[in-house]
Design a protein around this ligand. Structure first.
Ligand code: PLP
Ligand code: ZN
Length: 435
């Protein structure tokens, strides 16, 4: 059986346990430490020394690659390859992921009394979520190691991304989904891109436990965010964001938290930039969860981040409906190392925040809108101050979850109007009278 090995690819990176620090010689198919079973992270020994003299130059190199049409240069992930595992260009599986817009939210900022509020829209990735940046990185490692089949358990977006990138890379994909808990849009994507889709009568955590048994038995490469290469791809959002902000560090970056891979990756990206001397300080990175799926918030409140308190997850923001997040230890470290907080928000607060974004022409998934709902709480509590710059990371595209939108706006859809000029005019007069 083929085992993913950190050493076969290059000597420039290692996989190290986040808890006991053991550098892995042979890496298990579940990417867990051979000694203590904790998660692994990618480290680049001595990279500060190697790159520090070149640091200023790096900013220019990255900028210039934007003008190149080579696939590995126009990718918002591989453009930053000095800070990624080294791979041969022919193994890179890319669809121009990353390269997402940064947009300022003026109405919402005014309402909250903030001067600088921005969104980084990761829903503008090729399959409509940030997962693409991570999957591009991890599936490239799978290809470099000779795998022909990849798999994941998913709340929906990972499966859409895995299916698409496997198709691009000429690989087979298997996705395990919790039945009845994945939106039609996401399921449709996985099917369209040709994944073998299995809907199981369990939740996300149950799907992942099952997958654990499968990868021990079959030569199939795991693409869940236990896979540390996912985080390497996802950390590039920090690099791209800093470019877009002309390397002026924002005070706060806020992300939704599910399995907590994304918040961990974002933190890793910023801390690496700081260690290289490309930025002088890091933003406070805060994580927002739904109140019905808030294991990180409870763990911070009740144990100070020492132990995980799993919960039975329930929220309509299905992308963050996770009760036992794999990367909780990494996320706790990011909160501590950047001075961020974990906060939770109600279903109504999420819906209201999503409507606020919509009113500014910004669509996103419910899970993404949790960031704005969380920001409102953090402004009220005084953690975010009015002169501070805040970036919300919107993680998924609005069209991923049409049922949610249809339910919210159902009453407005329900009243067809007679097709004659008098009726339409009188309807419009009411609109003008209001404004
Ligand atoms: C996966 C996902 C999340 C949660 O990210 P984690 O890395 O699991 O914390 C949030 N929003 C959307 C849209 C997602 O697809
Ligand atoms: Zn260990």
């Amino acid at each position: 059986m083929k085992i993913a090995s950190a050493n076969s690819q290059s000597t420039t990176h290692l996989l190290r346990c986040v808890k006991c620090g053991t550098v892995q010689e042979d890496v298990s198919p579940m990417f867990r430490c051979g000694r203590c079973s904790e998660l692994l992270e990618v480290v680049y020994p001595g990279f500060e020394d190697r790159l520090r003299n070149d640091a200023a130059n790096l900013k220019q190199v990255w900028q210039q690659r934007r003008l190149s049409s080579a696939p590995e240069d126009s990718s918002g992930v591989w453009r930053f390859r000095e800070l990624l595992p080294q791979v041969e260009p022919q193994h890179v599986v890319t669809m121009g992921e990353g390269n997402t817009p940064l947009v300022s939210l003026q109405k919402t900022a005014r309402a909250l009394g903030l001067h600088h509020l921005l969104i980084k829209h990761q829903g503008m990735n090729p399959t409509g979520s940030f997962k693409d940046t991570g999957i591009s990185a991890a599936i490239t490692m799978a290809k470099a190691e000779g795998f022909s089949c990849v798999c994941c358990a998913s709340t929906g977006n990972t499966s859409a991304s895995v299916a698409a990138y496997a198709a691009r890379g000429g690989m087979k994909s298997v996705v395990l989904l919790p039945s009845g808990q994945v939106t039609t849009g996401k399921l449709a994507q996985a099917l369209e891109y040709g994944a073998h889709v299995l809907q199981l009568q369990t939740d996300f955590d149950g799907c992942l436990r099952l997958l654990e048994q499968l990868v021990q038995k079959l030569p199939i490469y795991l693409l869940n965010s236990l896979n540390p290469y996912r985080l390497e791809g996802q950390k590039t959002v920090a690099f791209e964001l800093m470019e877009q902000l002309n390397w002026q560090v924002p005070d706060h970056v806020i992300v939704p938290g599910g399995n907590l891979g994304n918040s961990s990756a974002l933190g890793k990206g910023f801390l690496e930039l700081r260690d290289l001397g490309l930025i002088a300080s890091v933003p406070r990175i805060s994580v927002i969860q739904a109140a019905g799926a808030n294991p990180l918030v409870r763990s911070m409140r009740e144990t100070g981040g020492k132990d995980l308190i799993p919960v039975n997850p329930e929220t309509r923001a299905t992308a963050i409906r996770i009760g036992s997040p794999a990367s909780w230890r990494k996320a706790v470290a990011v909160l501590k190392n950047t001075g961020g907080v974990a906060e939770d928000v109600s279903e109504d607060e999420i819906a209201a925040a999503k409507a606020d974004l919509g009113a500014e022409g910004i669509g996103c998934e419910p899970a993404s809108a949790a960031t704005l709902a969380g920001l409102k709480k953090l402004v009220r509590s005084g953690f975010v101050k009015c002169d501070e710059t805040v970036v919300l990371v919107l993680t998924g595209h609005m069209l991923k979850d049409i049922d949610y939108v249809a339910q919210m706006h159902g009453p407005r859809l329900a009243q067809p109007v007679e097709a004659n000029a008098a009726t339409v005019l009188s309807a419009l007069e009411k609109i003008y009278a209001k404004s």
